[in-house]
Design a protein around this ligand. Structure first.
Ligand code: AMP
Length: 114
């Protein structure tokens, strides 16, 4: 949609290290990893953020969560623990306004997050 960088990745206009793809979602490595494993799980459809979803998106959101779990297991971070993060809005640190779930693992995490 317009200038959306993640839509361009979905369409193949910008290269990304795609790890998984299905009808609704794609997964690729974050370009600036914050952990040994740092993937982004995104819907192919342009959705701005979690706050741009409605009850009718429940199935899509469930599918994206299932992909997060599948990919965490595939990349070998499920046993040691991993974090799924959706920064929602500028104040929460969102910088790309196409819904994405960060899946991070392979290091120890702190709580609360910064
Ligand atoms: P957020 O700040 O939560 O919106 O996360 C956006 C993420 O997208 C950041 O972790 C960026 O490193 C990542 N990112 C931005 N552009 C690309 C790209 N072309 N390929 C892969 N990851 C990207």
């Amino acid at each position: 949609m317009g200038d959306c960088i993640f839509c361009k990745i979905v369409e193949g206009g910008i290269p990304a290290k795609t790890l998984y793809e299905d009808e609704h979602a794609i997964v690729f490595d974050d370009i600036n990893p914050q952990a040994r494993v740092h993937m982004l799980v995104i819907p192919k459809r342009h959705v701005v953020s979690l706050d741009d979803t409605k009850e009718t998106d429940a199935i899509l959101l469930g599918q994206l969560m299932v992909v997060c779990v599948k990919m965490a297991r595939k990349r070998g971070i499920a046993d040691s623990g991993y974090r799924v993060v959706a920064n929602t809005g500028r104040g929460a640190g969102q910088s790309v306004f196409h819904l994405h779930f960060h899946v991070l693992g392979g290091r120890q995490f702190e709580w609360p997050p910064g």
